[in-house]
Design a protein. Structure first.
Length: 535
């Protein structure tokens, strides 16, 4: 008759040793805990950024709205970053945008949405200035690397006299991301944005600084000598950097990184020359006009019929002439100076059982080849007065930290929004792998464990397992109680070796073998009777 599997499992557990029970119980607890962790991780929603780097005022408004709508959220970065479940990001943003959140405390043209009836002219002008400043600040904050912006515009009163009239001015304060710096082109674009948005504001009247107190804008007056000199210096630096990088890349590809150094100095001609040339060709004559003059002289007497008639022809010629107006451009290269240093060839030698590095100087032929490559790459011209030098020296062994390697700026935009989803997936896989590894180790240990059971003593025939001695051996002798010995049974397959059926079969075999060994004659008769039953 089949038994209940649960009862069989309970009996199997009761036969185990205390150490085995503790081991299996601990394994079950670990598996249950891991399973609960898996369920919690799987059911946890995948959060994405709703807003990043917002002001505390806007963050409080967003949190209030999320609590009112019962939307789960997470706060990071000191409360300046708010995350919500990924499926609710866009819907929540649209709902908050309809309420004017986030506004970052900046008021724009929406200030005129309210009723302004009865407001004085002064308040209207003030509100217009506030709205204009707010709109400019919002636009600037959309630029990359800008966390916050504040714009202040000064609009002086208009004067009747032109000489006494003052021009408007503007100041911009920027809060940049840590480690981020604006390029000069970005700053110039902001200056032009502000100057173009305010009537009568010149770009040289716009000042831009950051929260660290650094002046970012420069005097952009084209007629200023300082501005022209600064522009020329920047152009010179840009050209020298371009030539140096061009030559350095070639040497790095050939010699490897850190085995060469190239510096280029460039002299530029910033003279602006305007020439007007007139050229005449004496061999070419062109008649441009011809004039004929006739004169007639009559006689002295009235009846004298004789008269003198003279005719003169005048022809005007023009020589071929060409006029050229030449304006020479600025920034032409006058002279290039190139200096290159190449590392010697390192060699490893063994001296007194120790390995040392020595350097072999490069041959002049090798230096000439490198020099020819650099000259052709940079457009070296000896007739122009260019100079070039290349030498070979052993470089000092320094760590990579000695080089001024620019650090890569961390950009939060590069981090995908679903990074939490991938992290959870990796954690789940690792947890499953760890649990399988633990269960495998436990199964291997259970297979090698020995179960301690009470053995079947000789003479035990009935199911009560009582100890009985043979009559012929124990007649008149009080047989002492035999102490139970712990029989160690090697475990193989758990289901076969520790089940009730396996134990029952083993006990029957031991009873039969004990009975045969004690009563061989009776056993022989019994077997003989079994053989003749079918006859």
């Amino acid at each position: 008759m089949n038994k209940n599997p649960f009862s069989e499992l309970l009996q199997l557990f009761n036969r185990l040793a205390p150490q085995q029970k503790i081991l299996i119980g601990g394994a079950l607890i670990v598996v249950i805990v891991l399973f609960g962790v898996f369920i919690s991780i799987i059911n946890e929603p995948n959060y994405s950024n709703l807003y990043s780097n917002i002001s505390e005022e806007d963050a409080s408004k967003v949190v209030d709205y999320l609590n009112s709508q019962k939307i789960s959220f997470k706060l990071e970065n000191g409360g300046r970053t708010i995350k919500v479940p990924q499926e609710a990001v866009y819907e929540t943003r649209l709902a908050l945008a309809s309420k004017g959140i986030p506004s970052s405390g900046i008021i724009g043209y929406e200030i005129f949405d309210k009723n302004t009836m009865g407001m004085s002219e002064f308040m209207q002008k003030l509100n217009y200035k506030r709205a204009l400043e707010g709109e400019l600040a919002r636009t600037i904050m959309q630029q990359e690397g800008v966390l916050g912006a504040r714009v202040m515009i000064v609009m002086p009163e208009k004067s009747i006299f032109k000489d006494e009239e003052k021009l408007p001015s503007a100041s911009v304060v920027l809060k940049l991301k840590p480690g981020y710096s604006l390029s000069q082109s970005n700053i110039t674009a902001m200056v032009n944005l502000v100057s173009s948005s305010v009537e009568g504001l010149n770009h040289d009247k716009v000042t831009i600084i950051d929260t660290q107190g650094h002046l970012l804008s420069k005097n952009n007056d084209d007629n200023s000598l300082i501005a022209a000199t600064s522009t020329q210096y920047e152009l010179k630096q840009s050209v020298e950097k371009y030539f140096s990088q061009k030559a350095q890349k070639i040497l790095d590809d050939v010699l490897g990184y850190g085995n060469s150094a190239v510096q280029v100095s460039v002299d530029l001609n910033f003279d602006q020359v305007e020439k007007t040339m007139e050229q005449y060709d004496p061999d070419s004559q062109v008649a441009i006009s011809e004039q004929t003059v006739k004169s007639e002289n009559s006689g002295k007497k009235l009846n004298d019929s004789t008269a003198n008639v003279s005719q003169n022809t005048i022809t005007n010629y023009e020589i071929n002439k060409s006029i050229q107006k030449v304006v020479e451009g600025t920034g032409n290269i006058k002279r290039i100076s190139i200096a290159a240093v190449i590392n010697d060839i390192p060699q490893e030698i063994e001296k007194n059982g120790k390995k040392e590095f020595t350097y072999q100087q490069r041959t002049q032929e090798q230096l000439n080849k490198f020099g020819l490559i650099i000259k052709n790459a940079l457009g070296y011209d000896e007739n122009r007065g260019d100079s070039f030098s290349i030498v070979s020296f052993p470089f000092e062994q320094t760590s990579l930290t000695a080089f001024n390697v620019p650090q890569i700026e961390k950009n939060n935009n590069l981090i995908p929004d679903n990074v939490d989803k991938w992290i959870n997936l990796v954690l789940i896989i690792l947890a499953i792998g760890a649990s399988l590894f633990i269960i495998k180790k436990l199964m291997q240990r259970l297979k090698t464990e020995r179960i301690l059971l009470a053995p079947v003593q000789p003479g035990q025939i009935d199911n009560t397992l009582s100890l009985q001695a043979a009559p012929e051996e124990n007649a008149g002798v009080t047989q002492p109680l035999v102490k139970r010995k712990k029989l160690q049974l090697q475990m193989g397959d758990i289901e076969d070796e520790i089940s009730d059926e396996a134990l029952r079969k083993r006990m029957q075999q031991e009873r039969i073998s004990n009975y045969v060994s004690k009563n061989p004659v009776d056993a022989a008769k019994l077997i003989n009777s079994w053989l003749h039953e079918d006859e």
